[in-house]
Design a protein around this ligand. Sequence first.
Ligand code: TRP
Length: 349
Amino acid sequence: MSDSFQASVARSAALEKRLADEPASLRMLTGDRPTGALHIGHYFGSIRNRVRLQQAGAEIWQLIADYQVITDRESVGAIRDNVRNLVLDNVAAGLDPERVTMFTHSAVPALNQLMLPFLSLVSVAELQRNPTVKDEAKAAGITSISGLLLTYPVHQAADILFCKANVVPVGRDQLPHLEQTRVIARRFNERYGATFPEPDALLSDAPLILGTDGTKMSKSRGNVIELRMTADETAKKIKGAKTDSDRVITYDPEGRPEVANLLTLIALCEGVAPEVVAEEIGDGGGGALKRRLTEAINDELAPLRARRAELAEDPSYVVGILERGNARANEVADDTLDEVRTRMDMVYS
Ligand code: TRP
């Protein structure tokens, strides 16, 4: 893993250079699971990166991975609301629906069909080794792994390869899936002839953001600051954040992880170093730290929230974005599937 991690880091750095030199050669695809609203962890970890790539001139494909919702849970939940909220969050954050193709798995049959030949290229043992799948099963308390949970990394390869994306901005947890995608592309090309590019991960350099209680940010723990919250809701969430009893604020991620996390968030919003923020707050204690964070986040998100509220007023707006995106995704998926059938000698007309 560590060798391949090093290789991923090196390829990610090479991509940054390509983004600066020849952005039009990059086709980026990312995906979100519609299981809930986007929060500031997503915002600093990936959404700002998406907007940066868009602004640099890369082509952007944004998948709302609805079939991935049922990998680790039995019910689709409030899926219609969640899909709608994902579109609103991404657009309000700066993704331009005129330039970005936003689409859902379930509306693109040819994408899903690619899963069949791809499944023939991987072994069960290989799938069972995927560390991210194992972690997800464990986190969800799943003891009997479904066929979809085991094989969704292959489906994710179809997400990426159907449109021949060459850049996938991800966090470290997604690297096993990206490696699986590269392997599938390589094996398909070897067996049937050159068809798919091997995509590279673009690793985010944003630091890991914890929830307001200092543990992993997750909706079920109630420690999340959602993008769509009001300024008051945000203030309340931050007021309840965990700190410690030392009045002098210092940036010490090892010794004081909760305080360091709040400092990191201020630093990301204000574009300064967390150590500098700590020094400025000095002996102001947890109260001053939280006041500053509340202001920083509310300032950072105010334009996004205003825009989001405006867009949400027209229910047909999101519908239109998805209709256009799904139509475009279907065109490209149909072309790729035709190419795959031709390569596999499965054209009978
Ligand atoms: N697995 C990703 C997640 O849980 C979501 C996803 C689905 C994705 N398809 C993708 C990410 C394709 C990148 C590329 O966050």
